[in-house]
Design a protein around this ligand. Structure first.
Ligand SMILES: *Cc1c(COP(=O)(O)O)cnc(C)c1O
Length: 374
């Protein structure tokens, strides 16, 4: 049978099964000690004091904005080259997202000059996103945020385990969705610089109740107060148990992904001259995605179909958020030239930790063939 190349592929095995069985046998499935252990281990890996686990990255972004007092009447600078969740979270708290263009097709991170141009008296925060796992220049964004009096938030869904992430921003949010570098099926994690912010997030995660279910069950607490409008954005023990197993292998997996991304860059540059490979190198990346920009004259649809016929799954990361009908109706007439150019040509190739360098060669060859003869 011909080998199929999926875009992403979670690695789940015996250890995860065992961890799930242990939770079931323990008799306690909702947020408890495993969630705490997962938070501590995640924080340690990122050189942070603590972390808060949540039900998803989307929920995490919502909680961060809420805890940092971002609400109606203020503007938040956001990328359009991102998953829609980044921008939706801004609307959840009643603030106004202001779309910022990318630097260029070759450097598809947020543009400093466009961000500067879009700062107004109402701008209160900026969300940066480590597209594909390639880290934005956090030092420069920190000084940008400071000189403009802004809160800096990282959508770090693509960059778990990367050194420096969550260190210089006010908060960073990670995703453990099934197609991310590590998974808990659904899940997320938050790091925050200020302990007080992280504690506010922790409270908001569980309806702003002053005690947890486990405390009350164990008789450590008799009742509770509710101190503000909170949410149920908790993680549970089953997910935390999987997360603990996955976290152990995250750095090894990131390194493997980086190696594959490097290989892709080498063979693609050699074999398909008209292809544009964003970013300078695969050095500073969690290599979550393998994005390429097809030659301007190539039909992406035909290339995708051709690759699919060869058993190779591809995708587009992302359709720009400002072009979705919901956002077009809310904020008509927005043009982001570089983002639109990038997204019109972008194609994401398979990249995950179970692939081998040989697979990269096969995929690169197939891509070259479909571009020449779609
Ligand atoms: C996956 C993703 C999210 C959303 O993560 P969930 O855990 O599914 O809520 C947010 N932002 C980016 C950039 C993502 O890739």
């Amino acid at each position: 049978m011909k080998k199929l190349f999926s875009l992403s592929d979670p690695v789940l095995g015996q250890k995860e099964k065992q961890a799930l069985c242990e939770v079931i046998e323990s008799g306690w499935v909702t947020m408890g000690e495993r969630v705490t252990r997962f938070e501590e281990a995640f924080a340690k890996l990122h050189d942070a004091k603590n972390a808060v686990a949540v039900g998803s990255c989307t929920a995490g972004l919502h909680l961060c904005l809420k805890a940092l007092n971002i609400g109606p009447g203020v503007e938040v600078l956001v990328p359009s080259l991102t998953f829609v969740a980044t921008v939706n979270a801004v609307l959840y708290v009643g603030a106004t997202p202001v779309f910022v263009d990318i630097q260029s097709e070759a450097a598809p991170h947020l543009s400093f000059s466009d961000a500067k141009a879009k700062c107004t008296a109402k701008t209160k925060a900026i969300i940066v996103m480590h597209y594909g796992g390639y880290l934005v220049d956090l030092t420069s964004w920190r000084s940008f945020a400071e000189s403009n009096g802004l809160i800096l938030i990282e959508d770090a869904a693509h960059a778990p385990g990367m050194e420096g992430v969550g260190r210089s921003s006010d908060a960073a949010v990670f995703s453990f969705f099934g197609n991310k570098n590590m998974t808990t099926a659904e899940g997320g994690m938050i790091l925050a610089r200020e302990t007080s912010v992280l504690e506010r997030i922790r409270r908001l995660r569980s309806h702003s109740m002053t005690t947890g279910t486990l405390d009350r069950y164990r008789g450590h607490a008799y009742s509770y107060d509710v101190t503000s409008l909170g949410f149920n954005y908790r993680m549970d023990e089953l997910r935390a148990a999987i997360g603990l197993v996955q976290l152990d292998r995250l750095l090894e997996w990131n390194a493997k992904r980086r190696k594959l991304a490097k290989k892709y860059r080498e063979v693609l540059a050699l074999q398909i001259p008209g292809l544009l490979l964003p970013f300078n190198s695969a050095a500073q990346t969690a290599a979550h995605l393998m994005p390429v920009l097809l030659p301007q004259t190539t039909s992406r649809e035909k290339v995708m179909q051709g690759l699919l016929n060869a058993g190779i799954q591809t995708s587009i990361h992302y359709p720009p958020v400002h072009t979705f009908s919901f956002y077009r109706n809310l904020y008509p007439g927005i043009r982001l030239q570089e983002t639109e150019n990038f997204c019109a040509r972008e194609l994401t190739l398979p990249l995950h930790q179970s692939m081998e360098e040989m697979d990269v060669e096969i995929i690169a060859k197939a891509l070259g063939k479909t571009i020449l003869d779609p």
